[in-house]
Design a protein around this ligand. Structure first.
Ligand code: SAH
Length: 548
């Protein structure tokens, strides 16, 4: 695995009095742009806000202040009680909180729409073209063939299934391979959003199909082959079973998982406390390991966590220096990032947990920024144990596969400064209108690979490879030709804009494989977790051939 240092991190940055994500403006995002392409390269975090001491009566200010959403008020109240919170806690609340999280109520209830498509905030590959899901279905068929065509015990698991379109396209395709279709025992959908769960049920089971609740989750019966479908809120609720062959897909799921952000700072010896400060300590934490900053004479390098705190009352986009590249159509951000003045339990533990992070501290030093996603490691650990077995759940014969498609560095570098807010296809501040703003961050593919390999000796990793290469090898061009042919012979339908159905298919597949620097074929990557086979067989799309 490579541990190259990101280009951005080579520049040294320093703390000063106010913080903003400074960005280099690029062309405005086109309508219905995928989330990854909303990314505008960040400059390094050049300055950080000092936590303001409370002014006059903070409690009164909190109550009187106009917060942009009910969730913003709730977050501010929580922060006034606990002190600034880790970015991961903020993201988790914004995305999946019961009180108006982005995926758990705010969007559908207040706006009568969902997150996807032209009316929504962003568009994803399965929503762009049916071929995407079809080829992923085929990929799992090739794995099933290569792994001995097991006649039962196959499980299809999707994490973060959105509208259910990807699973629908996969299942329709797998029906063309009856022996595999008959081997499927159950389908599991890991979904945090109650309304998207219902959308998925309607698509995969029909609007009339009943949904029942059990201790595990929600159940219904799929229109394809009458297969049972189970919805759970986390992957942990899916019972592990060593006889099963799990086929797991995660598309644009990992980018929605909460991240912690850290900055490396040079601490003068007199003020280099090594104990987490209670005020900065996060409420949920893992046990700390001592950092290497004690008993030294010169300045020492320490990781410090970037925490979220409210912006000063009366802040404006101007006073907060909201970057020009971010739309200012939103109210001024309610929150901002602040650099913890002392180590937190997370800052002592997480950045010391991998040689990749430690080498950044050594090579880049003061000013280095990194993002770490512990939830991504948990999911990778789970996928790997299901496929390859683990000390806790031994598996006699590793089987199954996981395919992770998302955006993030494909060269082993650690993501940095990648948090973004998206609203109605435009970049906005990630701290504006919490709950109404989609938040996402680059995926650390190397971190996922590392966690998976650590969890199970029975797996191996392939990729990441560019989405464009993956889809082309899987046959996107050929499948598009079939659809174009069918569209031109069977229909003369044109869209309002006068585009023919064939042209729509053509444009869609070209978009998915576009390998220009900001093209989806380049920005999105695919990574596979397979049963360990000493590297003797590569999966299709990752340099291997179909094994029948
Ligand atoms: N895979 C889909 C949707 C991507 S959006 C597509 O490509 O179109 C992210 C999805 O993950 C949504 O379905 C969202 O509700 C779900 N999600 C986000 N955070 C989650 C979490 N912590 N646990 C479970 N599901 C989550």
């Amino acid at each position: 695995m490579r541990t190259a240092v990101p280009r951005l991190l080579r520049r040294s940055v320093r703390c000063s009095s106010s913080l903003s994500f400074l960005q280099q403006p690029k062309a405005a995002a086109a309508p219905a742009a995928p989330r990854a392409l909303q990314r505008i390269q960040f400059r390094s975090l050049s300055s950080t806000a000092r936590l303001r001491s409370s002014e006059n009566d903070p409690e009164q200010q909190l109550q009187q202040r106009q917060w942009s959403t009910p969730l913003a008020k709730q977050l501010a109240e929580a922060i006034s009680a606990t002190g600034p919170v880790p970015l991961a806690s903020f993201m988790r609340m914004c995305l999946t909180s019961d009180v108006g999280g982005y995926y758990t109520g705010a969007i559908t209830e207040s706006e009568g729409r969902d997150q996807f498509g032209l009316k929504g905030d962003f568009v994803t590959s399965p929503e762009i073209s049916q071929i995407f899901g079809e080829l992923i279905g085929i990929w799992f068929v090739t794995e099933w063939l290569a792994q001995g065509r097991q006649s039962k015990g196959v499980e299809l698991i999707e994490v973060g299934p959105g509208r259910g379109t990807l699973m629908d396209d996969m299942l329709r395709t797998i029906q063309n391979f009856p022996a595999m279709a008959n081997a499927i025992d159950a389908i599991y959908m890991v979904e945090a959003s109650p309304s998207l769960r219902m959308t998925q049920k309607n698509l995969l089971c029909g609007t009339d199909a009943p949904m029942t609740e059990s201790k595990v989750g929600y159940h219904s019966v799929c229109k394809y082959g009458g297969l049972p479908i189970v919805w759970t809120e986390t992957i942990k609720s899916i019972p592990p079973s060593p006889e099963k062959m799990p086929f797991i897909v995660a598309h644009e799921f990992f980018d929605a998982l909460p991240i912690h952000a850290f900055q490396c700072v040079d601490v003068p010896p007199s003020s280099s406390p090594n104990n987490p400060s209670p005020s900065a300590a996060p409420s949920t934490s893992t046990s700390a390991t001592p950092s290497d900053s004690t008993k030294t004479t010169g300045p020492t390098l320490q990781w410090r966590e970037l925490l979220v705190s409210p912006t000063p009352p009366g802040s404006t986009h101007e006073s907060l220096h909201t970057p020009a590249s971010q739309s200012r159509d939103t109210p001024a951000p309610d929150f901002q990032l602040t650099l913890a003045q002392a180590p937190t339990r997370h800052s002592l533990y997480l950045p010391e947990s991998s040689a990749r992070y430690r080498s950044i501290k050594k090579q880049v030093g003061d000013g280095a920024l990194i993002e770490i996603c512990p939830d991504a490691a948990l999911y990778a650990t789970d996928f790997a144990s299901r496929i390859g077995g683990s000390p806790q759940f031994p598996k006699a014969k590793p089987s199954g596969a996981a395919l992770i498609l998302d955006y993030g560095p494909g060269d082993g570098t650690v993501p940095t400064n990648s948090l973004r807010g998206i609203r109605r296809h435009r970049r906005v501040s990630p701290f504006a209108e919490p709950g109404l703003t989609d938040l996402s961050a680059d995926v650390d593919f190397a971190g996922i690979a590392e966690a998976a390999c650590r969890a199970s000796e029975g797996i191996e990793i392939h990729g990441p490879v560019d989405q464009g290469t993956f889809l082309e090898v899987m046959g996107i061009r050929e499948r598009a030709q079939q659809l174009i042919q069918a569209a031109s012979t069977t229909t003369t339908t044109t869209t309002k804009e006068g585009t023919t159905a064939a042209e729509v298919v053509e444009k869609a597949w070209q978009r998915l494989v576009d390998k220009s620097p900001n093209g989806m074929g380049k920005v999105y990557k695919a990574l596979a977790i397979l049963p360990e086979n000493d590297g003797r067989r590569r999966p299709v799309g990752f340099g291997g051939d179909v094994v029948a």
